[in-house]
Ligand binder design. Structure first.
Ligand code: ADP
Length: 365
């Protein structure tokens, strides 16, 4: 099973640069998720692999072979879309067999392969039904069966679960991951949903404005976001990011001034602050890494929201000051607590703290 490589691949629609010098290697057999907000270029990138969009500049390789100018039908891949595009008058069996029929595969082999694909997706009992007699989740599984029946080298999926209800989506997510393991094929999956990306991808590639922001395993991207965009996009609620001033201490250490508080960084972390960040930086802390108690950063509790198993507390940092004749209020941060933690009251003054090794530093936008 071959991988797919983008080599400085760019796609322009007149003035719009949809995909901007994308260089990315998708490994053979991996489940790579392309994720980013609407309009970031992820569908265009996928369609470039499929050959449905011409590459404006750069190249595209499948299995190490340059396919930039190869016709879509000769690329040996299958694409599954958000809309199932099943033939309404054909049965499930006929729908699944269709790609083989158009390739003139003999009837007996067609039937065997269709039944195997249907079996893999739990459609064995539904082969004689028509699409109208199926649920949304079942229809999407027929579309998947129709994609796998050809045994392509690469599967391309564009938001295939977004028409399903929440429960079916979670279930189908797990089935897709299982299918990926069974087939061992290369899966490239597009979604705007970072939860889907985090749960399904062996690696995820985060795009914004047509540019690759970061690629890594879900843990790498969550634990070490490359920039402010990734920090804000991955995680729900997203990472808190607030401006901070940097004080160099005489012993070579560093202290961050956040609102009225101060966090001293150990030498190892202080080194991560390059000389460039001598003035002001943006400090990022995940909501689950902020603690409410006697910490050094003063804040006022604004909202307390219980979700049953956990609690989200929105707090405003102290440190209101005047800037160019305007009153600038403190930044808002979200703290994620366990339901067992004592709940603060709205309006209460609290002290927030964060462990220095769970603090992220970013250059200003
Ligand atoms: P995403 O899938 O991340 O939502 P797209 O790849 O669909 O983003 O689009 C990326 C950018 O390219 C957007 O600005 C979009 O408007 C533009 N775009 C996509 N397809 C076309 C097209 N056929 N013609 C003109 N602009 C397009």
């Amino acid at each position: 099973m071959p991988g797919v490589s983008f080599v400085e691949a760019t796609k322009k629609f007149d003035d719009v640069v949809a995909v901007d010098h994308l260089t990315l290697d998708v490994e053979d057999g991996e489940f790579l998720v392309l994720v980013g907000p609407s309009g970031c270029g992820k569908s265009t990138a996928l369609r470039m692999i499929a050959g449905l969009e011409e590459v404006t500049s750069g190249a595209l390789l499948i299995g190490g072979e340059d396919v930039t100018d190869v016709e879509p039908q000769d690329r040996d891949l299958a694409m599954v879309f958000q809309s199932y595009a099943l033939y309404p008058h054909k049965t499930v069996r006929q729908n699944i067999e269709f790609p083989l029929k158009s390739r003139k595969v003999p009837a007996a082999e067609r039937a065997a392969r269709a039944e195997r694909a249907a079996g893999l997706l739990g459609l064995g009992d539904l082969l004689e039904r028509r699409p109208a007699q199926l649920s949304g989740g079942q229809r999407q599984r027929v579309a998947l069966a129709r994609a796998i029946v050809r045994e392509p080298r690469v599967f391309l999926m564009d938001e295939p679960l977004s028409n399903l209800d929440a429960k079916t989506r979670v279930q189908t997510r797990a089935e897709l991951s299982e299918l990926h393991e069974t087939l061992g094929a290369t899966f490239i999956y597009v979604t705007h949903d970072q939860v889907e990306a985090m749960t399904m991808g062996t690696r995820i590639a985060v795009l914004d404005g047509g540019r690759l922001q970061q690629v890594g395993t879900p843990d790498e991207v969550y634990d070490r976001p490359a920039n402010l965009f990734v920090a804000g996009f991955i995680g729900s609620p997203p990472m808190n990011t607030v401006d901070a001033a940097v004080d160099r201490t005489p012993d070579g250490g560093v202290a961050l001034r956040i609102g009225t508080g101060r966090i001293e960084l150990p030498a190892a972390l202080a080194r991560a602050l390059s000389g460039a960040a001598d003035g002001e930086v943006v400090v990022g802390v995940r909501p689950e890494h902020l603690t409410i108690g006697q910490g050094p950063i003063e804040a006022t509790v604004k909202i307390v929201e219980s979700l049953g198993h956990e609690r989200h507390v929105v707090a405003e940092l102290a440190g209101t000051h005047e800037h160019q004749d305007e009153i600038v209020t403190g930044a808002l941060v979200i703290v994620r607590q366990s339901a067992e933690d004592p709940a603060p009251r709205t309006g209460e003054r609290v002290g927030l703290s964060a462990r220095p090794d769970q603090v992220h530093l970013f250059d200003r936008r």
